[in-house]
Design a protein around this ligand. Sequence first.
Ligand SMILES: C[S@@+](CC[C@H](N)C(=O)[O-])C[C@H]1O[C@@H](n2cnc3c(N)ncnc32)[C@H](O)[C@@H]1O
Length: 284
Amino acid sequence: MSHALDTILKEGVDALVAAGIESARLDARILAATALRCAPNDILMHSSVVVQDRDYDLFWSLLKRRSDHEPVSRILGTREFWSLPFALSSDTLDPRPDSETVVETALKLTLDCESQPSSVLDIGTGTGCLLLALLNEWQSASGVGVDISEGAAKTAQMNAVELGLSARSSFLVGDWLDSLSGTFDVIVSNPPYIREDEMPNLAREVRAFDPQLALVGGTDGLRAYRTIVPECRRLLRSGGVLVIEFGRGQEYEVGPILRAEGLTRIETHRDLSGIVRCLSATVA
Ligand SMILES: C[S@@+](CC[C@H](N)C(=O)[O-])C[C@H]1O[C@@H](n2cnc3c(N)ncnc32)[C@H](O)[C@@H]1O
């Protein structure tokens, strides 16, 4: 049976709209491009092309996953972050564009230093996106990413290899900072910060496809911060920079934790939507 591309694309959009997917048109185009092994923009230019049965079946299997609200990035297995490609796995958070604020802040705050930072620690590294984005900018720095999930640490290691950064990065499996010693010029972290009671209200895309371990921060969302921040005091070199991400409105709770641990020069930083996304601090 023959299938014209524009016809199956329309059927795909209709199926995604029926499943309540807001970005139905764009997603159908990306999934069609994946099935046909071409760029999404080529799809519109070749709308009368006849699609082979095999590619048609593949397109529908991808559409079925998206109709179940699996994010497109999970279906493709990759997410762009800081203009770099990161492979995802079921053990990693799908990196969010908002987290680029952490990278941007670390770069901005170290701009005026005499030399670029040489050591970076990423706590709860997931895909390794924060650490690897920074190492890609600081050509002579090396860094460590730690995660309690063995699968996440493996994915981060694979991403480091793919990005040509494996010689300057290592990934450890550990419960926060238990196994770490030494000091770092820069520490970044995007810990789990969602309150347990918020979980049922999350979009299915997040609730069903991001690992719980990457999302839930205990009953008040702050459990990780209470463990990490005192340890950062030990692991951050004097004058070094800590940049830590949190959820909307949590600056009022995370700020006092930083202050109570004696961190200084505490500043807030906003993401592109104008929401305070992270705090930076240092130790004397
Ligand atoms: C919100 S995700 C952030 C992932 C990545 N840094 C990013 O921004 O996309 C939090 C990460 O912390 C890790 N994590 C949770 N509990 C941990 C623990 N006790 N020790 C170390 N890592 C932990 C999770 O596995 C997850 O990868």
